[in-house]
Design a protein around this ligand. Structure first.
Ligand SMILES: *[C@@H]1O[C@H](CO)[C@@H](O)[C@H](O)[C@H]1NC(C)=O
Ligand SMILES: *[C@@H]1O[C@H](CO)[C@@H](O)[C@H](O)[C@H]1NC(C)=O
Length: 200
């Protein structure tokens, strides 16, 4: 009991935190991001639209760790998706050989070109789009945007969501002019109701 006669009240907060972001339905977590491998055969521009419809964006790796996570997602599907080429959200359609990320229109600050099959820097015709090649160690290859192939959608993840459940009430006592007064205080439990991350 404290000096002023109020019982110290311990609110019970049970938060089953999973630490970090939650993936939207159909997306699988790899490292800090959410990935969805799609086996359809579509052009680059269609892949961009499909990813938006699926609630993400066409993959646009900006770092080695993101490229490694994407590779992890693709390795799990290895040999099951054909042709095993996955569009990236890069293009030099705006200015030849000046590769840009379409989500922020910035120049690439991380690249993972396959060294022998067209880095996009040589004069190799209308190769304005880029894919990750399963058969070439998940490196990047420049190709015509009209080719049809698979793709990988990305989502940074949603914050976890919680719901409040009543746990009953507790009496709180208060010293009022020499005698104890009391009132009820509701207690709550907070539970994580985020959709489960799918490990895939
Ligand atoms: C490239 O830029 C993006 C954002 O603009 C940043 O998140 C990323 O860490 C950068 N990558 C490297 C390798 O510096
Ligand atoms: C996509 O095309 C490949 C050939 O490049 C084919 O083997 C595969 O079955 C096609 N997939 C779909 C979903 O049509």
């Amino acid at each position: 009991m404290t000096k002023d006669g109020t019982l110290s009240l311990v609110l019970i907060w049970i938060l089953i935190a999973k630490g970090g972001a939650v993936c939207p339905d159909g997306f699988c977590r790899h490292s800090d991001g959410c990935y969805r491998t799609v086996a359809l055969n579509v052009t680059w521009i269609d892949a961009r639209s499909y990813c938006e419809v699926l609630g993400g964006a066409l993959l646009s790796p900006v770092s080695q760790s993101m490229a490694t996570a994407a590779e992890g997602a693709l390795r799990r599907m290895k040999g099951t998706i054909f042709p095993g080429k996955f569009w990236l959200d890069f293009t030099d359609l705006l200015n030849p050989k000046d590769w840009k990320r379409m989500n922020d229109k910035k120049a690439l600050n991380f690249t993972n070109w396959e060294s022998t099959s067209g880095t996009g820097t040589s004069d190799d015709g209308a190769r304005n789009c880029v894919y990750i090649s399963e058969s070439l160690a998940y490196k990047w290859v420049a190709v015509s945007c009209e080719e049809k192939m698979n793709f990988l959608c990305y989502h940074a993840g949603l914050p976890p969501t919680t719901e409040r459940y009543p746990l009953g009430s507790t009496r709180v006592y208060k010293n009022k002019h020499g005698y104890y007064d009391w009132y009820y205080e509701q207690m709550y439990e907070y539970k994580d109701v985020s959709p489960r991350d799918v490990d895939c």
